[in-house]
Ligand binder design. Structure first.
Ligand code: GAL
Length: 363
């Protein structure tokens, strides 16, 4: 009996020791890229491929709620939201957009709902969420954009619609020879709407919002201006970095210039990030090369992560990326790093842990 008791105590202590570094991570005032990030209940934050929106004095982190195993690569719960006042301690605020129990619904269990982003529309006073949607059972074949709206940042968000964006319209910078459907995916998809996978949203200084999505079979990004209420494409869009094989777009603006950090195409496996700059959001965009500074391996893999969003913070920026764990999706990690500048280029350096006062607007 005593031996059994000792064994139980040993197991409990071993468990506590294993959990200790993770819990410490949340409470020491620092960000720990790649580690377990416990929420207010001590549970690893479940908001993958996400984005952070600031509204009032609160930050809202929206992301894909993943379940365990490879099932977690599909949606079974919905879009999770967490709140924070300091970007360090996050409170679980539940599911902002729920998956439907109805098997015929667009957002049914087993569909793919990725990379949700939320923006606030000052005119309609609605919170608008966009995400990449693939209908259940079709893998990544549908490649659609979904939109949901809410009156409050925590939701509940109501699903509005999904579509292939920009059906029937040519981008502002199409060439005549590209309008032949046998020659280009953009012409192939002209009538039905464009292929749209990895995506982000960006609101410019004048309140105009853009949907940036990987299109044309993932080979070319589109920057698509939204309607004034942010719920649809306006019909004005541009192809950027044509044939550049960019996805996981992250867009930000500094000193009147637009910056983009993207990944290459290798599914869940990490690859080298790329960065670009432009004077106008529709381009032309110029390459600034790999933003990662560090070892060859860090440069080749972006520290094992893939970008998802960027948080403007005190004149500077925090780059948010995911370290995917497709075999056990719920265990995916968050890679947040402060962005710094080198010769006018945005750069990222690895840090085991860092504090928010390292974020600076200095260039
Ligand atoms: C990545 C993409 C992820 C997910 C994954 C599926 O390239 O960035 O959001 O779609 O592929 O393999």
């Amino acid at each position: 009996m005593r031996a059994l008791f000792r064994l139980i105590v040993q197991i409990a202590l071993a468990g506590a020791a294993a959990a200790a570094p993770a819990l410490a991570a949340a409470n020491d005032g620092a960000i720990h890229p790649g580690q377990i990030w416990p929420d207010d209940k001590g549970v690893h934050i479940n908001a993958h491929g996400g984005g952070v929106m600031r509204y009032g004095d609160t930050y809202y982190w929206y992301g894909e709620h993943k379940v365990g195993g490879d099932a977690g690569n599909s949606a079974y719960v919905g879009i999770h939201v967490y709140t924070s006042k300091d970007l360090l301690s996050w409170k679980d605020a539940g599911i902002a957009l729920a998956i439907s129990g109805d098997t015929t619904h667009d957002l049914s269990k087993g569909s793919i709902i990725e990379r949700p982003k939320v923006i606030f529309n000052a005119k309609t006073r609605k919170f608008v969420m966009w995400f990449h949607l693939d209908f259940k059972g079709l893998g990544y074949k549908s490649s659609r954009s979904g939109v949901a709206v809410a009156d409050k940042p925590l939701g509940p968000f109501t699903y509005l619609h999904s579509f292939l964006p920009n059906a029937g319209v040519w981008p502002v910078n199409i060439r005549e020879d590209e309008k032949d459907p046998s020659k280009s995916p953009i012409a192939r998809d002209h009538d039905g709407g464009q292929f749209a996978r990895d995506m982000t949203l960006f609101v410019d200084d004048d309140g105009t919002a853009y949907h940036v999505y990987a299109s044309e079979d993932n080979h070319t990004l589109h920057v698509s201006r939204l309607t004034d209420d942010y719920t649809r494409p306006s019909g004005k869009y541009a192809r950027i970095l044509e044939g550049g094989d960019n996805e996981a777009p992250v867009l930000f603006k500094k000193g009147g210039k637009y910056y983009l950090i993207a990944s290459g195409l290798s599914g869940w496996a990490p690859n080298a990030a790329r960065s670009y700059v432009a004077d106008a959001i529709f381009g032309p965009w110029t390459s600034l090369g790999n933003p990662v500074r560090g070892t060859q391996e860090q440069m080749d893999t972006t520290f094992g992560g893939q970008g998802t969003h960027i948080i403007p913070y005190k004149g500077g920026f925090i780059f948010m990326a995911d370290i995917w764990r497709p075999q056990n999706a719920i265990d995916g990690r968050y890679l947040w790093l402060p962005l710094s500048w080198e010769d006018g280029k945005p750069v990222l350096r690895w840090q085991d842990s860092w504090r928010l006062d390292q974020v600076s607007g200095r260039r």
